[in-house]
Design a protein around this ligand. Structure first.
Ligand SMILES: Cc1cc2nc3c(=O)[nH]c(=O)nc-3n(C[C@H](O)[C@H](O)[C@H](O)COP(=O)(O)O)c2cc1C
Length: 191
């Protein structure tokens, strides 16, 4: 049995990302895998203060808050599902705070400065949305920027990205097609 952690990086609990993540959750449950859902915008987290002590210590020195708790969960699970709307061509700020607070969960450093992947071989799925319609979401690096930013974290963590869902044009066309919803469910089945 796999343990899957869903990170909902949208503040909107009934928005595009939440809807797609719920579909993935359905797929995960169908296969009887264990699942936990975290709404990142409900977490209490201080921002990273760039003291860099986590690099040698392997742990954030700030007083214990939700960033530590979610970091522990990330270490414990077999797969991550990361959902984020595109904000300024990137992931949302709260999701980024979570990742900045958990650098040593994802990567370590060899004495020569080379990175060490700390979650090597684990699986991940990325889900993004944006108002910019196709193909400009890709050409102008809108949703593409958000995917790239999430991939950066996953790459250094050593994750294998097994799937990606992109829903562009959410302003003019907020409906999520059956095709995308069924893709999301199938992805959940595969986790
Ligand atoms: C602060 C902020 C910044 C945004 N920046 C972008 C952007 O750079 N490009 C874009 O296409 N849409 C942008 N959007 C629109 C969201 O990506 C879009 O509404 C998204 O589909 C919302 O997803 P949700 O319903 O899951 O929250 C932005 C929205 C907000 C609130």
């Amino acid at each position: 049995m796999s343990k899957v952690l869903i990170l909902n990086g949208s503040p909107r609990k009934s928005g595009t990302i939440s809807t797609l993540l719920k579909k993935i959750t359905e797929g995960v449950r169908e296969k009887n895998n264990e699942i936990e859902w975290v709404d990142i915008y409900s977490l209490q987290m201080e921002p990273c203060i760039a003291c860099m002590k986590c690099r040698p210590d392997g742990e954030c020195v700030l007083p214990k808050d939700d960033a530590h708790i979610i970091g522990k969960k990330i270490k414990e699970v077999d797969a991550l599902v990361i959902g984020t709307p595109t904000y300024w061509g990137n992931m949302t700020s709260q999701l980024k705070v979570l990742f900045e607070r958990n650098v040593p969960v994802f990567m370590g450093e060899k004495p020569n400065g080379m990175p060490i992947a700390k979650q090597k071989g684990k699986r991940a799925v990325i889900v993004v949305s944006c108002t910019t319609p196709w193909p400009f979401n890709f050409i102008a690096s809108e949703s593409r920027g958000a995917v790239r930013a999430v991939k950066e974290v996953l790459h250094y963590g050593g994750y294998k990205v097994i799937g990606k869902i992109v829903k562009p044009g959410t302003k003019k066309n907020p409906n999520i097609s059956k095709k995308i919803l069924s893709k999301a469910k199938k992805m959940g089945n595969n986790l």
